[in-house]
Design a protein around this ligand. Structure first.
Ligand code: 6PG
Length: 224
């Protein structure tokens, strides 16, 4: 059964930031570090800005990972790392050694995927994901071979520009200790409904691999 919370769109960034803070506080309570895996896309920019504004935590104990990355230079506006730097990483001054970006710009994308898979922790403490109108999450697109890949990170070519990407795969999502999905944006109601329906098809709706997460959904696209 999916944990579903429906909120007015305008309140989602703040509510999502509060939940992320609470999860990170719990992870850090034992005095250790926490691994936080970031999502990309437009929904998360406002969430990260709220997180940077709200969070009163020791960011030096947070290890930053990425669920996917576009194969563009790291300073390209389309880069998820670039977006995270602008909205969260720079504002909270996370030490550079705590930030582990995917090297999507590497010409050998398969080697970059293998290297990231080797570095990624066995289990992420907190994984953030979004959803696209076609039901993708991270860069796991409908019908993709990545959905049945054994590797934890793979290179893909998808329909959402920029097409070439690196992405975590379903085993990484399944093993994450906590998953938060923030869903907002026109045209996603059908994808959200197909994801949260009791039965469905992973190949058709890859976001179903995150059904076990905490879903924070805009009331405009929530299942009726
Ligand atoms: C990416 C994201 C992707 C995103 C969804 C939603 O790199 O594009 O990781 O999975 O979360 O496509 O994107 P929006 O928030 O822009 O609708």
């Amino acid at each position: 059964m999916t944990e579903l919370h429906v909120h007015p769109t305008a309140e989602l960034p703040s509510i999502a930031a509060q939940r992320i803070c609470a999860e990170l506080d719990a992870c850090l309570a034992d005095g250790g570090t926490a691994s936080l895996c970031l999502a990309g896309g437009g929904t998360y920019g406002p969430v990260y800005r709220e997180l940077a504004r709200q969070a009163q935590l020791d960011w030096s104990r947070v290890e930053i990972w990425f669920g996917d990355e576009r194969c563009v230079p790291s300073d390209d506006p389309a880069s998820n790392y670039h977006m995270a730097r602008q909205t969260l990483l720079d504002p909270v001054a996370i030490p550079a050694e705590r930030v582990h970006r995917m090297h999507g710009e590497d010409p050998d994308r398969d080697a970059a995927a293998r290297a990231y898979a080797a570095a990624l922790p066995p289990r992420l403490d907190l994984l953030l994901l979004g959803i696209g109108s076609d039901g993708h999450t991270a860069s796991l697109f409908p019908g993709s071979a990545a959905l049945s890949a054994e590797a934890r990170v793979v290179a893909v070519t998808g329909p959402k520009p920029p097409p070439q990407r690196l992405t975590i795969t379903p085993p990484v999502i399944a093993l994450a200790r906590r998953v938060i999905v923030v869903a907002a944006g026109e045209g996603k109601a059908e994808a959200v409904a197909a994801t949260l329906a009791p039965t469905g098809n992973l190949a058709r709706t890859p976001a179903r691999c995150a059904r076990h997460g905490c879903w924070l959904v805009s009331e405009r696209i929530a299942p009726r």
